[in-house]
Ligand binder design. Structure first.
Ligand SMILES: *[C@@H]1O[C@H](CO)[C@@H](O)[C@H](O)[C@H]1NC(C)=O
Ligand SMILES: *[C@@H]1O[C@H](CO)[C@@H](O)[C@H](O)[C@H]1NC(C)=O
Length: 212
């Protein structure tokens, strides 16, 4: 195949994936098959009911008795198959006083956060390392652009509650400190690729239960 034909084929595939939602009304995920680049395959229409389109998981949000003092209740495609293929998903977030969502990224989607109760400090770091940080009151909304490092901290004395939306049914999440220091790469290699010396690196890795 010539390179031109390859490019052409790529575009045809790309267009058919990105317009998948135009070919049918919805595609409730069949979670028994693995997820591909374009999402999960669709559950058979005759088995789709109104219940598929309603998520009740926010009625019982999780428990903030953990070291971050947060509860995160995701409604991504895995938890809510109806969002599969629709370019959207949501999360209910609660942050107890003193709590924080550690710095992390969503490789697959932009996040829109709306504070429902309490006060949060939201911030992100752009790819030119500029920091955008703001104190948010109830009813304030903030955008965290796709792929950028970001965090939220409870800035008040009451539990903060927020609804988050994502521009992807499966935005993914990577917590930065865990990725850097909770991995299996030997400290000697991490020193070379991070300029943090081995002794300091071993200390940081020990904080995440790693000994290598
Ligand atoms: C609908 O669900 C039932 C029970 O899981 C299954 O046996 C049946 O094959 C499904 N129907 C279709 C058309 O996939
Ligand atoms: C919350 O989690 C903590 C720690 O795991 C546990 O001790 C506590 O019983 C849980 N509370 C509720 C209401 O489930």
């Amino acid at each position: 195949m010539t390179p031109l034909m390859q490019v052409f084929l790529f575009f045809i595939l790309f267009i058919s994936f990105s317009n998948a939602d135009l070919l049918q009304d919805f595609c409730v995920a069949d979670l028994s098959s693995p997820q591909g680049l374009a999402g999960y395959p669709c559950k058979s229409l005759c088995n789709v009911t109104a219940d598929d389109f309603v998520f009740t998981g926010f009625r019982s949000p999780g428990n903030t008795s953990n070291s971050y003092r947060i509860s995160i209740t995701p409604a991504f495609a895995v938890q809510w198959p109806a969002v599969n293929g629709l370019g959207i998903s949501t999360v209910w977030l609660e942050v107890a006083p003193g709590g924080r969502v550690p710095i992390h990224t969503h490789p697959g989607g932009t996040e829109l956060l709306v504070v429902i109760e309490g006060t949060l400090i939201g911030g992100f770091i752009s790819s030119s390392n500029k920091v955008y940080v703001k104190k948010l009151e109830a009813y304030d909304a903030m955008i965290f652009p796709q792929g950028l490092l970001h965090f939220q901290v409870n800035a008040g004395s009451v539990k903060a509650k927020a609804l988050e939306s994502f521009s992807s049914p499966s935005p993914g999440v990577q917590v930065t400190s865990t990725a850097l220091f909770g991995n299996d790469l030997p400290s000697e290699i991490l020193e070379k690729v991070s300029s943090i010396d081995v002794a300091e690196m071993k200390k940081l890795k020990a904080m995440f239960g790693r000994t290598n």
